[in-house]
Design a protein around this ligand. Structure first.
Ligand code: SF4
Length: 228
């Protein structure tokens, strides 16, 4: 049974234009070396909130909250996510999902219920195995990209700039590829260190991705590039 690891009751930064609640689902098939939530990778995990508790919380916020974000972990890992999406939409919420894109067919199944998608593009394709910690995921991610582009749904492709695994020119390579595939919105995210990070990169190396000489070529492809 799909597990809820926890929720963030209110956020204004995880679903563009919406005040939302984020629901984190337990379990992820990937092992990204820069993962901020490694405790969410394992499945099953420790007992979190029940789905009934989450729905009770949401029912109390109808008309006070714009939307709900399904995040993780990987929310598309379980087929049960589709029924949860229906339940959320039935209460009038907009729905977003954060996904690694490794379950393209489930993403397709979810499309009728989704208002926005944040899709991780972890690396140029030739480095994908290293950056997602599992081989042979490229085909699935590329399928998810195509499904999203073809659907016309509002979505963002985003890359976390971890200088231990990417170099600034990787972001240009990714941007060119995404642009050719018809992706309209691209975001670069600074790698953010966290308490249990045993070997954090230097701030200088993180910031290098956002220096004008590295950022400008990407902005030529994506003039509205999002940096966060
Ligand atoms: S896809 Fe997300 S949750 Fe899964 S290992 Fe990578 S960063 Fe962590």
């Amino acid at each position: 049974m799909q597990q809820v690891a926890g929720i963030v009751p209110f956020t204004s930064i995880d679903f563009p234009g919406c005040l939302a609640t984020v629901v984190f689902f337990q379990g992820c098939p990937l092992r990204c070396p820069f993962c901020h939530n490694p405790e969410l990778q394992i499945f099953p995990g420790p007992a979190g909130q029940s789905w009934e508790e989450v729905m009770d919380f949401l029912k109390g916020r109808v008309k006070r909250l714009d939307g709900v974000v399904f995040s993780g972990g990987e929310p598309l890992m379980s087929a049960e996510i589709v029924e949860k999406a229906k339940a959320v939409k039935a209460h009038g919420f907009k729905l977003a999902i954060h996904t690694s894109g490794v379950y393209p067919e489930r993403l397709r199944e979810m499309l009728p219920f989704l208002d926005w998608v944040g899709l991780d593009i972890k690396a140029p394709w030739e480095k994908y195995d290293e950056l997602c910690g599992r081989p042979d995921m490229v085909g699935q991610v590329q399928s998810s990209l195509k499904i999203l582009v073809d659907s016309g749904i509002d979505f963002e492709a985003r890359t976390t700039c971890d200088p231990r695994h990417l170099i600034p020119s990787d972001t240009l390579k990714i941007a060119r590829d995404l642009n050719e595939r018809g992706v309209k919105t691209y975001a670069l995210q600074k790698y953010r260190t966290f308490d249990t990070d045993k070997n954090p990169p230097s701030v200088v190396d993180i910031e290098a991705f956002f220096e004008p000489e590295n950022l400008s070529p990407v902005q030529k492809i994506y003039p509205n590039l999002i940096c966060r």
